[in-house]
Ligand binder design. Structure first.
Ligand SMILES: Nc1ncnc2c1ncn2[C@@H]1O[C@H](COP(=O)(O)OP(=O)(O)O)[C@@H](O)[C@H]1O
Ligand SMILES: [Mg+2]
Length: 198
């Protein structure tokens, strides 16, 4: 076959190639794939410079972030890295985060005339109120609304955990570039709150 015909054929065949692995999720900076070998692991792919920024922090804080098993360069593109990472449970965490955020926002709108986002809770004691005093009032508010203890505990736990995690990241890493929202949180198999993306 003439070379140019071969070339054209190859190009159109390449366009028809199926996607190699099923995509599991994606955001602005990463694409995430399921592992074919292990249902408890994912492959998260992103630019080398982006991946470098979070891999170190994840590795140093396994109680906050998913476990990292391996980091290696992509064969297809030298500027991309692949991270083999623990797959966590996102569905329920997403709902619980949103519930805590909604209550926090309603309570603070009532209390200060301005709603505070859960993503900004670590700034609270910089200019508004001591955090422990705040939590005492927040618990009181929740008890007026909810009868069941587990919902109250859940809201308190999310607010306190997000506060502690981001205070810690600021102090240890000078990390102020927060990206906390309901798509970036999860639970591990023991029900601990984890952050999957910073
Ligand atoms: N460790 C993980 N466990 C479960 N789901 C994950 C995990 N990491 C990423 N995901 C899923 O993939 C999506 C995109 O990954 P993410 O790390 O948030 O990338 P981006 O930086 O592009 O937002 C997440 O919103 C989540 O649904
Ligand atoms: Mg994300």
């Amino acid at each position: 076959m003439k070379i140019w015909i071969k070339k054209q054929l190859r190009e159109s065949l390449n366009e028809m190639k199926p996607i190699p692995k099923p995509e599991f999720g994606s955001g602005i900076q990463h694409t995430v794939f399921k592992s074919k070998q292990d249902p408890n692991r994912l492959y998260k792919i992103g630019k080398k410079s982006t991946v470098e920024a979070w891999v170190k922090i994840f590795n140093e804080n396994p109680e906050i972030f998913p476990k990292i098993y391996r980091v290696f360069p992509s064969k297809k593109n030298q500027y991309y890295w692949i991270v083999e990472i623990e797959k966590l449970n996102t569905e329920l965490a997403k709902k619980d985060f949103s519930l805590a955020a909604k209550n926090l926002s309603e309570f603070t709108r009532q209390k200060y005339d301005a709603g505070i986002w859960l993503a900004r809770i670590d700034n609270l004691d910089d200019y508004i109120q001591n955090f422990n005093e705040f939590m005492y009032d927040f618990e009181h508010y929740l008890r007026e609304i909810y009868k069941d203890e587990s919902t109250i505990r859940k809201c308190l736990e999310w607010v306190e955990t997000v506060y502690k995690i981001y205070k810690n990241l600021e102090t240890r890493y000078d990390y102020y570039d927060k990206d906390i929202h309901s798509d970036n949180v999860a639970y591990d198999n023991n029900g601990n709150i984890k952050i999957i993306d910073i």
